[in-house]
Design a protein around this ligand. Sequence first.
Ligand SMILES: [Zn+2]
Length: 292
Amino acid sequence: MGAEHPECPERLTAIGDQLIAAGLDVHVTRHEAPAATREQLSRVHDAAYVEAIEQAAPASGLRYLDPDTALNPHSVEAALHAAGAVVSAVDLVCAGKHQTAFCAVRPPGHHAESRRAMGFCVFNNVAVGAAHALAVHGLSRVAIVDFDVHHGNGTEEMFSDDPRVLMVSTFQYPLYPYSGVDNPAPNMVNIPLSAGSGGAAFRDAVLGHWLPALDAHRPELLLVSAGFDAHRDDPLAGLEFTEHDFAWVTRELMAVARRHAAGRIVSSLEGGYALSALGRSAAAHVRELIAA
Ligand SMILES: [Zn+2]
């Protein structure tokens, strides 16, 4: 996204390093991410938007899609593979080859709307995966869990009032993108948290709001928009979570998945911009995902 941009390649290096440091790398199976197809993307994105993005990569330099979101000559390919990673993970998990999967991808996705790139996001990776699970694997109920510090406005826009998809989220409010507090759709369980909220407030929201909604919905697959920018070290926001909170919520989600979804969870990286905290948080998340 350009020099000095927080959504930088070193984010994935930091996660990879911490998986090694935590001794987890030997316990994960790595898969290459195929590019998402136009058909897969068009389940949640406007077809004309997909075509426009496919043509939008600059020959050199940067092209800005919004003030925060830029393409370099390779970004469209990366975005196609980021969405394709979640599709592939859904295929692997639904086929029983793995019970859980984590997609270490960039760019992130949850701000991308059906016809708009924004907030570092081009394609809505988790939404593409959820739509794929419904369309191809015959599932009738999925849940999307979003604990990124920013509200997942794109995912909300795509699935509001779709009874097949329950979205539960927490996010700092007020904060970019300033949405999520006025949606009456019954399938959207949005819990805004004020600046300075820590793990205790997060756990209260999960126990009091997310888990009852998830148990009522009985999802056959959980998808996670795993943003780690609610960490206290993160420079882009003001919540006070630690990696222990991310480990805790992952354990709770694993229990939900065991109750309703044969243990199936597909998680995909969203935000997280303090490199050390991001690496530790993602490793804590993966450690719980592979404890199945
Ligand atoms: Zn975020």
